[in-house]
Write a protein that binds this ligand. Sequence first.
Ligand SMILES: Cc1ncc(C[n+]2csc(CCOP(=O)(O)OP(=O)(O)O)c2C)c(N)n1
Ligand code: SF4
Length: 314
Amino acid sequence: MATLAELSNRRELLASGHRLCAGCGAPIAVRQFLLALPPEAQVVVCCPTGCLEVSTTIYPYTAWRCSYIHNAFENAAATLCGVEAAYAALKRKGKIEADFRFAAFGGDGGTYDIGFQSLSGAMERGHKMIYVCYDNEAYMNTGIQRSGATPRGAWTTTSPTGQAQAGKREGRKDLTAIMAEHNLVYVAQASISHWRDTVAKAEKAWEYSKEGPVFVNILSPCHRGWRFPMEKTIEVARLAVRTRFWPLYEVEKGRWRITVDVANPLPVTEWLKPQGRFAHLFRGEGNQEVLRAIQEDVDRQWAKLLSRCQGGAV
Ligand SMILES: Cc1ncc(C[n+]2csc(CCOP(=O)(O)OP(=O)(O)O)c2C)c(N)n1
Ligand code: SF4
């Protein structure tokens, strides 16, 4: 794995000066991922609409120091399929020499939900690309609407809190596991709080993208939507791992492996408490049930992950 000194000397492909909020998790995820690629890497990036896209490509400026495509909200993966197929054809005909790879960076709304059909199709057809989801657990760019990634109990503008309901009623979709069930060469779940782990996974993702499709899901908190002070982004991401809410693991050619073990997890309330979107759960008696359900979700998901890792868990 590249050392910190090597990483810090590499040229950033996502330049500073973009307009994402200070303290946003999304550019941290993208920078950790792209810095891990070999310095000679030639990568074509595609972003569906979302905070990352609108804030890095304000015409006539761009923060991207690589080839970049913006497409519609629902089809980043389909767009890269076309580009990758055209590239393969040109390469076959000897019209292009350079070695290009293709990477999408999509928010959870554009990945778990509305872009899911194009993502699933691209993966199933075996297009050689890396799809990275920067998961901030809601549609942030349009004002914090709930997505398939929003956890149970979270307040959003479309999952309100009050007498009738205490935030989102449903649990989170486990997209990383769903992608693993597509039998990809490499699937991983990462967090910006664990940069070494993310860098190691990005290096593997790059290598495996020579063989076929790769999917990486990176937890990238949004302090605007999660309602915590902007300087706490990494801390909140780390608590998601320390409570087992967001396990760090990889699935390498079908083999599941936990990459950062959490032997003595904190109760999930330690992750919920610093976030204003869960504040209602700690007011009054009625919401104990929701808190219990969230902890049960976490425990069940962890047990499921352990059983998938049978024999391979660290
Ligand atoms: C087909 C379509 N529906 C809705 C929109 C409006 N829209 C633009 S960005 C966005 C939210 C993006 O959410 P997400 O993918 O989670 O990224 P984030 O903004 O959280 O980074 C929506 C709904 C759109 N551009 N296209
Ligand atoms: S609203 Fe959230 S996701 Fe969007 S730029 Fe700000 S911190 Fe980042």
